[in-house]
Ligand binder design. Structure first.
Ligand code: AMP
Ligand code: ZN
Ligand code: FE
Ligand code: FE
Length: 272
C-alpha cells in the first residue's frame, strides 16, 4: 500500500483544499493520507469529511507540522494522531498564526521600502498559517519575479533583505504540545537541516517518537543514514512527500513521491 504522511492544504501554504487532496490521493491509490498543515489543524474536519464521501478515499490521519527553532536552525516537527480539539495545542497554534499575521505586515513594510509593493490581501492570509511562501507567490503574481524560488533567493531567505523571522516554539515545547494532545512527534525532513550532528543531537535530547526517513530532500544514502538513526534511538520511521501543489516545487502531483507502507513503521499507530 502507498501512503503519504506529509501534505499541505489551503489551510497553510498548499495550493489545494483538503477535499481536493483526498480526491487526488484516491486517484493516486494512496491508502493512508496525513494532512500536516503548518501550525494549523483547521483543514482536518474537511479532510475527514471528504474521506467519508470520496470514492476510494484514503484513511485520513490527523496531523500538523509545527515550526520550531533550535538556535539559528528551523526545526519542523510533525504530529500525528493528535486530538484536534486539544485546547492547549489549539491555543498555541492560534497564537502562532496570529504572530504570522503580524510578521506579514512587518515583511510587507520591509520589502515595500525596497520597492516591492504587494498588499496583505495579495497574500491571501485569511484562515491560513500565512508565511513567506504566500509573499513569494504574490511577488510572482505581481511580476517582480519569475518564480517563487527566485523570490526566496533574492529576497526572503534568511540573510536576504526581506527576511523577517517568525517567532517559533522550541523543539521541546513542540514535542510536549503534541504529546499533550495525545499524539506522536516526528522530526520532519532531517536532510533540510543540512547538519547531521544537529540531527543526532536533537534525536538524543528531545523525546521524539519518530523520524521522517523518506522525504524528497533525502537521497538514498541519507535515507539509509536516517533509518540507522531510527534504530539507534529506537524511533519509528516515517515518510511523506511534503506535497504543496506549488509549481516548481517537487513533487508537483500527489503520488509522484512514493512511500510504501511496509517501509514506515509509524503506520502501525495509524491503521484502524
Ligand atoms: P515561513 O514559515 O513563513 O518562514 O516559511 C517557511 C516555508 O517556506 C517552509 O516551510 C517551506 O514550505 C517554504 N519554503 C522555503 N524555501 C522555499 C523555496 N525556495 N521555495 C518555496 N518555498 C520555500
Ligand atoms: Zn509548507
Ligand atoms: Fe517542513
Ligand atoms: Fe511540510
Amino acid at each position: 500500500m502507498l501512503v503519504d504522511l506529509h501534505t499541505h492544504s489551503t489551510f497553510s501554504d498548499g495550493r489545494y483544499t483538503p477535499t481536493q487532496l483526498v480526491e487526488m490521493a484516491a486517484r493516486a491509490g494512496i491508502g493512508v493520507l496525513a494532512l500536516t498543515d503548518h501550525d494549523s489543524v483547521n483543514g482536518m474536519e474537511e479532510a475527514q469529511q471528504a474521506a467519508q464521501t470520496v470514492p476510494n478515499a484514503p484513511q485520513v490521519v490527523a496531523g500538523v507540522e509545527l515550526g520550531a527553532q533550535a538556535g539559528e536552525n528551523s526545526v519542523h516537527i510533525l504530529g500525528y494522531n493528535i486530538d484536534i480539539h486539544n485546547e492547549k495545542l489549539l491555543s498555541k497554534i492560534e497564537e502562532m498564526r496570529h504572530a504570522r499575521e503580524h510578521r506579514l505586515h512587518r515583511m510587507l513594510a520591509k520589502i515595500g521600502a525596497l520597492g516591492y509593493h504587494i498588499t496583505v490581501e495579495d497574500c491571501d492570509p485569511k484562515n491560513r498559517a500565512v508565511g513567506r511562501p504566500h509573499v513569494a507567490k504574490a511577488l510572482v503574481a505581481a511580476g517582480y519575479f519569475e518564480s517563487v524560488d527566485e523570490a526566496f533567493e533574492v529576497l526572503l531567505r534568511r540573510g536576504k533583505p526581506g527576511y523577517e523571522p517568525q517567532p517559533k516554539l522550541s523543539p521541546e515545547e513542540a514535542v510536549e504540545l503534541l504529546h499533550g494532545a495525545g499524539g506522536i512527534a516526528v522530526l520532519a525532513h532531517p536532510a533540510e537541516l543540512e547538519n547531521l550532528p544537529l540531527v543526532e543531537m536533537l534525536l538524543k535530547n528531545i523525546p521524539f517518537d519518530g523520524i521522517e526517513v523518506y522525504h524528497p530532500s533525502a537521497d538514498e544514502k541519507l535515507q539509509q543514514h536516517f533509518a540507522q538513526l531510527a534504530q539507534k534511538y529506537n524511533l519509528l520511521t516515517s515518510g511523506g512527500s511534503d506535497f504543496h501543489g506549488v509549481e516548481g516545487r517537487f513533487p508537483e502531483q500527489l503520488g509522484v513521491f512514493k512511500v510504501e507502507s511496509s517501509k514506515v513503521d509509524i503506520i502501525k499507530t495509524m491503521i484502524k
